[in-house]
Write a protein that binds this ligand. Structure first.
Ligand code: SF4
Ligand code: SF4
Length: 199
């Protein structure tokens, strides 16, 4: 018997997020590879370029044509088109020399929510949306040198990313997720997990 499927806000939930052990304690290596944004997100970032550019330093490019890769079709993105951020000086075009994201710095400077301008995949990592499922971005975690390589506790990826998941699902969706978590853990205690649910 498999754990029953759960969709919240139209997104399937991978129950492994309640089990996978994860500790986030490096200096942001995940930003060294850039990120795929939705076309709409990249357009919005470009529309506020005049606020972003003054926050950039000499390790970044203030030429907006250097910020993004060419768009490509991708169904995991709302608009059906993904646009990667460029890598400049071995880091995302938006990462400053101090390891801070200028999109987050801008939001904080304006007194807005810290993630207002950040692409959703930046917020979610080490989680991701793959084939319409909120799941673990194990492919990216595995290729990083430090990410989760020194597990420190029994913390799960769900525990480590609660704030991010809450932000993504909203209050109601997050409550649904907590209920689903209880269901999954109780099924596990009763020995219901099948191989199909194991990573
Ligand atoms: S998610 Fe991984 S790579 Fe990013 S800061 Fe945390 S441990 Fe480092
Ligand atoms: S946009 Fe910001 S958070 Fe996302 S990868 Fe680039 S520097 Fe990191």
């Amino acid at each position: 018997m498999k754990i029953k499927e759960k969709y919240i806000n139209g997104i399937k939930i991978d129950p492994n997020i309640f089990l996978f052990k994860f500790g986030c304690r490096c200096n942001g290596e995940c930003c060294h590879y850039g990120v795929y944004t939705d076309l709409k997100e990249s357009e919005h970032i470009l529309s506020i370029k005049n606020k972003i550019i003054p926050l950039m330093d000499e390790t970044q490019s203030k030429n907006i044509s250097d910020w993004f890769e060419p768009p490509e079709e991708d169904e995991d993105f709302e608009s059906g088109v993904a646009v990667g951020t460029e890598i400049i000086n071995n880091k995302c075009a938006f990462l400053d020399k101090n390891g801070l994201c200028v999109l987050q710095r801008l939001a904080l400077q304006e007194g807005e929510h810290k993630w207002k301008y950040k692409p959703i995949y930046c917020i979610l990592f080490p989680l991701t949306i793959y084939q319409n499922t909120l799941t673990i971005d194990d492919e990216h975690i595995d290729r990083l040198n430090y990410c989760n390589k020194f597990p420190i506790s029994d913390t799960t990826i769900f525990d480590a990313c609660k704030e991010e998941i809450h932000y993504f699902l909203g209050d109601e969706g997050f409550q649904e997720l907590l209920n689903y978590k209880d269901e999954v853990l109780s099924q596990l205690q009763n020995g219901v997990l099948s191989d199909g649910n194991k990573k």
